[in-house]
Design a protein around this ligand. Structure first.
Ligand SMILES: Cc1cc2nc3c(=O)[nH]c(=O)nc-3n(C[C@H](O)[C@H](O)[C@H](O)COP(=O)(O)O)c2cc1C
Length: 335
């Protein structure tokens, strides 16, 4: 089951409603949770959960226990939203942080004042970047305390780690900006330090090469290719458990090939797959595992439905991020 933000964590604390939701989907071999904030500044969206406080750890503990009861595994996705966010979504005293002070175009929802332009981020100091790394480390340790089987580092979809990778958003002149190695340094340091803290078998990472989500403008295709070629090799050196590719049609075959050639452990492929196309993809040899997002969202017993060749439920897009049970735990399973 692919990571999916559902915005049901009132006060940013995982709750019983979420336990029910994940429990209903525990037929998955591996659940990757919704993006979860390692630190208070990472809460760009309303009602997304965190993993930096005692009540949050206690809430997640119930969820991991429920999922493990049915024999599934569960990884926590650590997501730092960076410049994607609004001050009104952050807790008191927290500030919106970015690789640079370049504001994201477009708007974001807030519970207090509705749709708003993204806030302008404050550019992290070099020491501030080190603090971000420390935040991931303590969040990963908290995830272990909460009973997770591992963590997925979200370096995709235009959030903080990918904001550092993209030269249109990262105009830094310190060791975290400029060359590919420098722009990738935050991602690499986070991975290294998290591996050091919780073990390489418990760490995965998500990438979305060539994606423009989160107002990331496309840049030199050769540079993008080299970036992921480099990252795949570094992650291989760290011997982490998996790389999870959030695919899009702009990814050239040579980039898939470079990632596969560079990385020896598990590769997960996601985006737009059905049971049939997933089977084809698995035979092509790039991916070892496939992930499904919307199919699991609408169909809690998705695995059972594949086995029975049964139709899936229709997804209700109006309730993707709304608080409460509707469109969350009321999708029916087969009797
Ligand atoms: C409601 C919703 C929320 C999502 N939230 C996240 C997220 O928190 N982290 C992430 O990496 N991807 C997120 N995604 C992307 C999914 O993980 C997945 O890549 C996408 O849905 C495409 O896969 P699918 O075609 O199987 O749905 C989200 C997708 C949806 C539909």
């Amino acid at each position: 089951m692919a990571p999916m933000t559902r915005s049901r964590a009132i006060g940013n604390i995982p709750n019983d409603l979420m336990t029910t939701y994940y429990g209903q989907r525990a037929g998955a071999g591996l659940i990757i949770t919704e993006g979860t904030a390692p630190t208070p500044e990472a809460l760009g969206y309303p009602r997304i959960p965190g993993i930096f406080s005692k009540p949050q750890i206690a809430g997640w503990k119930k969820i991991t226990a429920r999922v493990h009861q049915d024999g599934s595994k569960i990884f926590l996705q650590l997501m730092h939203t960076g410049r994607i966010g609004h001050m009104d979504n952050l807790s008191e005293g927290a500030i919106l942080l970015g690789a640079s002070d370049i504001k994201a175009a477009g708007q974001i929802y807030t519970d207090s004042i509705g749709m708003q332009d993204h806030s302008e981020p404050i550019s992290l100091t070099t020491t501030g970047v080190k603090t971000i790394v420390d935040g991931y480390v303590s969040a990963a340790k908290n995830a272990m305390e909460a009973g997770f089987d591992g963590v997925e580092l979200h370096a995709a979809n235009g959030y903080l780690l990918e904001q550092f990778l993209n030269p249109n958003v990262n105009n830094r002149t310190d060791e975290y900006g400029g060359s590919i190695t420098n722009r990738a340094r935050l991602t690499v340091e986070v991975a290294e330090k998290v591996v050091g803290a919780i073990g390489k078998q418990k760490v995965g990472i998500r990438f979305s090469p060539f994606s423009t989500l989160g107002d990331l403008q496309a840049y030199d295709a050769n540079k993008v290719h080299e970036t992921y070629d480099y990252l795949a090799k570094v992650m291989d050196g760290l011997d982490i458990q998996y790389i999870h590719i959030s695919a899009n049609p702009a990814i050239p075959q040579k980039t898939f090939d470079a990632i596969r050639a560079g990385f020896s452990n598990t590769i997960i492929l996601c985006n737009g797959l059905t049971a049939e196309t997933a089977e084809e993809q698995l035979h092509k040899g790039f991916a070892d595992i496939v992930a499904f997002g919307r199919s699991f969202l609408s169909t809690p017993d998705f695995v059972n439905r594949i086995e029975k060749d049964a139709l899936l439920n229709q997804i209700d897009v109006s309730t993707l991020y709304t608080p409460g049970e509707k469109g969350y735990i009321d999708y029916p399973a087969l009797q």
